[in-house]
Ligand binder design. Sequence first.
Ligand SMILES: NC(=O)c1ccc[n+]([C@@H]2O[C@H](COP(=O)([O-])OP(=O)(O)OC[C@H]3O[C@@H](n4cnc5c(N)ncnc54)[C@H](OP(=O)(O)O)[C@@H]3O)[C@@H](O)[C@H]2O)c1
Length: 329
Amino acid sequence: MARNLEDAVIVITGASSGIGRATALQFAGKGATVVLAARREEALRDVAAECEALGSRALAIPTDVTDEAAVEALARSAVEQFGRIDVWINNAGVTMYGLFYDTDVRSNRRVVEVNLLGVIHGSHAALTYMRERGNGVIINMSSGFGKFAAAYQAAYVATKFGVRGFSEALRLDLKGTGIEVCTVMPTSIDTPIYRYAANYTGHLLRPIGHLLEPEKVAQTLVRLAQKPQREVVVGQAVRSVSLLHTVAPSLFEPATSRQAVEKQLIKSDAPAASGPGNLFEPEPAWTGVSGGYKQERRSAFRRVLRTGLLASAPAAAAFFWLRSRNASV
Ligand SMILES: NC(=O)c1ccc[n+]([C@@H]2O[C@H](COP(=O)([O-])OP(=O)(O)OC[C@H]3O[C@@H](n4cnc5c(N)ncnc54)[C@H](OP(=O)(O)O)[C@@H]3O)[C@@H](O)[C@H]2O)c1
């Protein structure tokens, strides 16, 4: 493949928001040609315009990754337009929160269709062209949940373990062909995914733990395109928890149990109606790179600080007044 990104053609699924959008912009900033896929056409066109403004060539192709023929057409269009595919990033994904027995089978099936079948469709379509040239990199988006599980996300966890296993097997199939397969496993990332996740918890969702910026994952994807690696973790939390999962499963389980997830994820938040979120239909709002959660946390922290300061101001004033009075007698 062309290690020089200026000559490279990169296909990115799930490019209309979050990590995929950040990734498109970073590749474009390095002069790569980007082919952008997701369901939201208007958002894709915006991303393409931003990429072109950075000096890159960009093509927006509305695609549902669960549709095998549409994904094949995406690959064909990339090759017809730009001559080849150097890197294919299977990033499109959805998530769903709820205890498994509170969720319906149709929604579980859809999570599998998008997150796992979408990766299979993308890899198959990319290989048609990469094998002709004996060159290319396929990057598949798994998650920390490709290494360990958590309550409330059975279908999502299943797909991310599945993506990791599929990628490992595909890597072995492709040994010696010049085509590389990479798996990426990020920690919690501040993207809109939590805003429109399918939600069967009855509560407003919020991401758990320390959040990283989507740009951090995008940097990893750009690096992998130039220097492929088998598996890459993004975020220290995934390293620590997966170590605990391997060496001390009895200590790991309480950390991601139903009770732990309830405490961190949904307790004390406002109630929310149950529904499939963006599983079947895209959500027109929230097409940005960021989910805005870090900003919300910063604002909440400032509010607490301000309230604390205001509340303690009379006591502090009384303290200093008394001290100055004592000093003067
Ligand atoms: N955020 C995190 O904490 C985190 C952590 C680890 C891994 N990940 C993974 O990172 C990937 C990107 O997620 P994100 O956090 O950036 O969330 P996001 O902003 O919601 O991005 C998901 C992307 O997938 C697209 N998509 C959803 N269903 C699709 C379908 N049927 N066909 C084509 N595209 C579809 C969405 O666009 P449309 O709605 O326009 O189709 C969107 O562009 C996902 O695979 C996710 O599992 C995220």
